[in-house]
Design a binder for this molecule. Structure first.
Ligand code: NAD
Ligand code: UFG
Length: 347
């Protein structure tokens, strides 16, 4: 892209202290962009910001603010010339979203509306949104392709993503200046190779890899594998796991794309290769020389047997593809967890 545009771009990372946001911040800073982070730390820790600075040797402007607070967000736009917003700020625990759906709709939809209103007010025309493979629902064949119709989500969290995609796409239809990039993530795992930043879930992890790494570090006794009677090759579910730094790289490409196009574009970010839960456990054991105690349990409600991405569009249009292996994902996860057994809180 045009180097002059790139040098002057300032990116607002809403929810940028979280798992995906912190890794993306590193990748953007290392590619010459400036970043501003706004986060209410409801699911993250300000220490992540210090670690980003340490890795990159760069300073960052950061705000402890709730993105649903329009006055606060407006002030951020007023004090910084924002060229592109990346919207990571959301609640993301699938099970919790079933118990407190209204809080999920309120937070996830409100953050999106507030950002869109402030962008319009301050003349910012580009937004990249953290969507999810979950919007394909259960009706679609695999692999998932962007041209497929969205499906029926199995939980309120998924519906918030589906609705936010609709809101953003309607906004870009109404405003021909607006550029919207919807990134549908598959299953990000791993950590930055420094081991300084990584995934730091609060409480009992919902997701597979942080659960495995907490068993490895002795914080949990054993992993429960949710179901071994699926119609897959070893009976456990299969997912498209993607290294977090490959995913972060996809955001750099998406920012460049958003700055040069108008309208709404959707991209899957996955590797295209699925692995089963048992394959992930075995890969972690092999890569790190650690045994993971596990037992089989009941199926988890809402889980699909298997899905993975067709990411040809991102490769063709964004010039993006993944380069890190499952072994890298397992090694980097463990490097982060063993150096930070209690996450950022043990700093
Ligand atoms: P995360 O919880 O680590 O990061 C989200 C960040 O947003 C957190 O730092 C949290 O404190 C912040 N936040 C939430 N609500 C906020 C608010 N109202 N105001 C300010 N900050 C707020 O999650 P993540 O894994 O980094 O995910 C980032 C985004 O990607 C989320 O929108 C998530 O739904 C989406 N996503 C994640 C995955 C995944 O597997 N991790 C998959 C698909 C989509
Ligand atoms: N699993 C276990 N034991 C655990 C945790 C998970 O067996 O303790 C299994 C699950 O049953 C599933 C697989 O590991 O078969 C992966 O589960 P995750 O919770 O790590 O990931 P999901 O595929 O369920 O969901 C993730 C995100 C969602 C997102 C989806 C698609 O949590 O937000 O990927 O992007 F929508």
């Amino acid at each position: 892209m045009n180097k002059e545009i790139k040098r002057s771009m300032n990116i607002l990372l809403a929810g940028g202290a979280g798992y995906i946001g912190s890794h993306t911040a590193v990748e953007l800073l290392n590619n010459g962009y400036d970043v501003v982070i706004a986060d209410n730390y409801s699911n993250s820790d300000p220490e992540a910001i210090e670690r980003i600075k340490k890795i990159t040797g760069k300073d960052i402007i950061s705000y402890e603010e709730d993105i649903t607070d329009k006055t606060a967000v407006s002030e951020i736009f007023g004090n910084n010339k924002i060229d592109v917003v990346i919207h990571f700020a959301g609640l993301k625990a699938v099970g919790e979203s079933v118990k407190i759906p209204v809080a999920y709709y309120r937070n996830n939809i409100d953050t999106t509306l507030t950002l869109l209103e402030c962008m319009a007010e301050y003349g910012c025309h580009n937004i990249v949104f953290s969507s999810s493979a979950t919007v394909y629902g259960e009706e679609n064949d695999i692999p998932y392709v962007e041209t497929m119709k969205k499906g029926t989500c199995s939980n309120p969290y998924g519906w918030t993503k589906s609705m936010m995609e609709q809101i953003l796409s309607d906004a870009s239809t109404a405003d021909e200046e607006l550029s919207v990039v919807l990134l549908r993530y598959f299953n990000p795992i791993g950590a930055h190779e420094s081991g300084l930043i990584g995934e730091d879930p609060q409480g009992i992890p919902n997701n597979l890899m942080p659960y495995i790494s907490q068993v490895a570090v002795g914080r949990r006794d054993h992993l429960t594998i949710f179901g071994n009677d699926y119609k897959t090759k070893d009976g456990t579910c299969r997912r498209d796991y993607i290294h977090i730094m490959d995913l972060a790289g996809g955001h750099v490409k998406a920012v460049e794309y958003a700055a040069e196009h108008k309208g709404t574009e959707i991209f899957n970010l996955g590797t295209g290769t699925p692995y089963s839960v048992l394959e992930i456990v075995n890969a972690f054991e092999k890569a790190n020389g650690i045994k993971i105690k596990y037992e089989f349990g009941e199926r988890r409600s809402g889980d699909l047997p298997e899905f993975w991405a067709d990411s040809c569009k991102a490769e063709k249009i964004l010039g993006w593809k993944t380069s890190r292996s499952l072994e890298d994902m397992c090694k980097d996860t463990w490097n982060w967890q063993r150096n930070n057994p209690n996450g950022y809180r043990g700093k």
